[in-house]
Design a binder for this molecule. Structure first.
Ligand code: 6R9
Length: 650
């Protein structure tokens, strides 16, 4: 390797030796066993053809993959199916209409129980209502909703009539909503008066009103009444959801669509540039969403109670609240609000109340619970939990251990699932009945998935080395393109390494060949010629008992190129002092080596995060380099930056 190449690959700093074998009873009853890896390796396409048979097809596909025009994949292309039929009707037809599909828990404490039979009726009515509003197959529908059952019903109704939905986070601004409506050219928007957040109604309709004024092509706005708050009304354009559905029959004949028919567009902001409309299609997407949900969460639809705490506006909500679990006939919990309303034990109260067995949450939430302390989950009976999932960011080993001990009773296996909006479904994860887990590592590509770590030249690195995560074979739920921009699709994902998908994440292989995700490559720090991962330095900081959360960035430095600036949230009871901050620097030095020692450590009370809980390091870089703070429109709470700025000027 030349010096240049050497400089480009990530240093391998963190050592984590703890190991956890799967519990014997999970292994004995696991949906997917160790042999799946060998079967899939021997015949990858045959493996996916087998998984496609989990679905009900109107016309069974005979062809698995057409990769004759890479990177434009076609999966199961001569198959035809209806996605909503697969998620709802077939369970009713199989005699499971009385099974609960959704236990809804509103933030104010109101509840609804919706069986599969009831869900079918609602989806049919909504599909009929959309058709009556003039929506037909291929038309795009924007969905701007709180976390309520109507959101799921709206998405399934769109899928049922072949109208791709574009769900926009209920927290995004009118600007963000406007650009997404425009880009997808949606003429119908489904929204609500508002949702409940932090103990009060949070208005949504005014944001849609503003967007609709700016995009005159919006013809109809369908409005769910959730909070009952006052709304402005445009008689030509606005329609109440309950009125539109009231007149409609509760039956609807599902039409089959081609496997490659567009199912949805979901915008991902990335770090720069205009948001990318990630396009997902039907047959391959649903196959992988369904199979991964079955395999990774080991779902037993008759007995499990599953809860994914994500917002539906994030891809995690699409694949692991709507399409995967419902395709599998799961019973799930859906919660409208925030984890600390009305009290900090809300999540655990819900787990206890419904007997949740499988919980899927984000590291940001886990670190927050850790900061609030063990005493809170201890007040609830969490013994029903048997599988714990993590998604969205690398999970720091200390947070992983806390999750396992304080929430999982020291026995529930943790599945750290790596994937992206673009991948559509989980790609790298332990299997709960198979994998001996390692805190902080997503470990291994799932059966049927080909992932590896490559160097700057695109060559696979050896064990113990770092580089870039790449996917080396197409997969069923892969994005098909960026909506309206094939060239950007090629440039963004398929041009960095010949013939491979570039995920944009740094990664390393450990001595066993297991994969550790190291953060976005845009965030990697270059200190005196060494590429250092944000994840590893943050994990080292979080492993100090005084630290609850940490974010690090590389700031311009005259002598070392970049130096490491750390922002830490201290645990509740800790007293912040100059001594402690220098102790933290030394702690990182001892854990990872002197090269990773932060030059500055700043104690803060909040970190800037997106709605899906990802730390926005670019904003912290602005602070560390003393610049004006950049675009904050996708922050969950934009006021956080003022707090941090005020601290940094002290
Ligand atoms: C599902 C989702 C994708 C990016 C991805 C990576 C990070 C997600 C992770 C993880 C380490 C995990 N990411 N899961 N990093 N370990 N288990 O999050 O989709 O919002 O598109 O984000 O999130 O950086 O590239 P999306």
């Amino acid at each position: 390797m030349s010096e240049g190449e050497n400089r480009e690959s990530l240093e391998n700093l963190l050592r984590e030796e703890r190991r956890f074998a799967p519990p014997a009873e999970v292994t004995a009853n696991a949906n997917v066993k160790a042999d799946a890896y060998e079967r899939a390796a021997a015949d990858r396409l045959g493996f996916w053809a087998e998984q496609a048979r989990r679905l009900s097809w109107e016309t069974e596909p005979t062809e698995v993959l057409d990769w004759s025009n890479p990177p434009f994949a076609k999966w199961f292309q001569d198959g035809r199916l209806n996605v909503a039929y697969n998620c709802v009707d077939r369970h009713v037809e199989a005699g499971n209409g009385d099974r609960v599909a959704i236990h809804f828990e509103g933030e104010p404490g109101d509840t609804r129980t919706i069986t599969y039979a009831e869900l079918q009726k609602e989806v049919c009515k909504a599909a009929n209502a959309l058709t009556a509003l003039g929506v037909s197959a291929g038309d795009r529908v924007a969905v701007y909703m709180p976390m309520i059952p109507e959101t799921v019903i709206a998405m399934l109704a769109c899928a049922r009539i072949g109208a791709p939905h574009s769900v926009v986070f209920g927290g995004f601004s009118a600007d963000a909503l406007t650009s997404r409506i425009q880009d997808a050219d949606a003429r119908v928007v489904i929204t609500a008066d508002g949702g409940n957040r932090r103990g009060k109604p949070n208005a949504l309709k005014p944001v849609v009103d503003e967007a609709a004024t700016r995009v005159p092509s919006v013809e109809k706005v369908l409005v769910v009444r959730r909070t009952g708050q006052e709304v402005a009304w445009n008689d030509d354009r606005d329609v109440w959801w309950h009125e539109a559905l009231a007149d409609q029959p509760d039956t609807h004949t599902p039409q089959a669509f081609d496997a490659e028919h567009p199912l949805y567009i979901l915008y991902t902001s990335g770090t720069t540039g205009k948001p990318k409309g990630i396009l997902h299609t039907s047959g391959g997407y649903l196959t992988q969403a369904s199979w991964t949900h079955h395999a990774v969460f080991d779902l037993k639809p008759e007995t499990d109670v599953y809860w994914c705490t994500a917002d539906v506006g994030w891809v995690t909500g699409h694949s692991y609240i709507v399409y995967g679990p419902l395709a599998n006939g799961a019973t799930q919990v859906m919660y409208e609000g925030t984890p600390d309303t009305p009290h900090k034990g809300r999540f655990w109260e819900i787990v206890q109340k419904y007997g949740v067995t499988i919980l899927y949450a984000a590291p940001t939430a886990i670190r927050t619970f850790m900061k609030w302390g063990d005493d809170i989950p201890k007040q609830f009976d969490l013994s029903s939990l048997r599988i714990l999932g993590s998604v969205g960011e690398p999970i720091n080993p200390e947070a992983w251990i806390w999750y396992r001990e304080a929430i999982g009773g020291g026995k529930a296996p943790i599945v750290d699932t790596w994937w992206q909006t673009e991948t559509g479904a989980i790609m790298i994860s332990p299997l709960p009945g198979v994998t001996t887990t390692k805190p902080g590592s997503a470990q291994r590509a799932l059966p049927g998935i080909s992932a590896t770590v490559v160097d700057d030249q695109g060559h696979e690195v050896g064990n113990g080395q770092g580089g870039y995560l790449a996917l080396t074979e197409p997969w069923p739920s892969m994005l098909r393109t960026i909506w309206g921009d094939d060239q950007r699709f090629i440039d963004t994902y398929w041009s960095r390494f010949e013939g491979k998908y570039f995920a944009g994440d740094g990664a390393k292989k450990d001595d066993d060949g297991d994969i550790w995700l190291l953060g976005r490559v845009d965030d990697v720090m270059l200190v005196s010629g060494h590429n250092i991962s944000t994840t590893e330095v943050e994990s080292a900081l979080v492993s100090h008992p005084a630290v609850a959360e940490a974010a690090v960035v590389g700031a311009k430095d005259e002598t070392t190129g970049q130096s490491i600036a750390a922002f830490v949230i201290l645990r509740g009871s800790v007293d912040e002092s100059g001594d402690l901050l220098s102790e933290l620097r030394d702690h990182v030095g001892k854990t990872l080596g002197p090269i990773a020692k932060p030059k500055q450590v700043m104690a803060v009370t909040e970190l800037p995060k997106t709605r899906s809980g990802k730390i926005m390091r670019r904003l912290l870089r602005d602070i560390a380099e003393g610049r004006e703070v950049g675009d904050v429109t996708t922050l969950a709470d934009a006021s956080v930056m003022d707090l941090i700025k005020a601290r940094s000027q002290k």
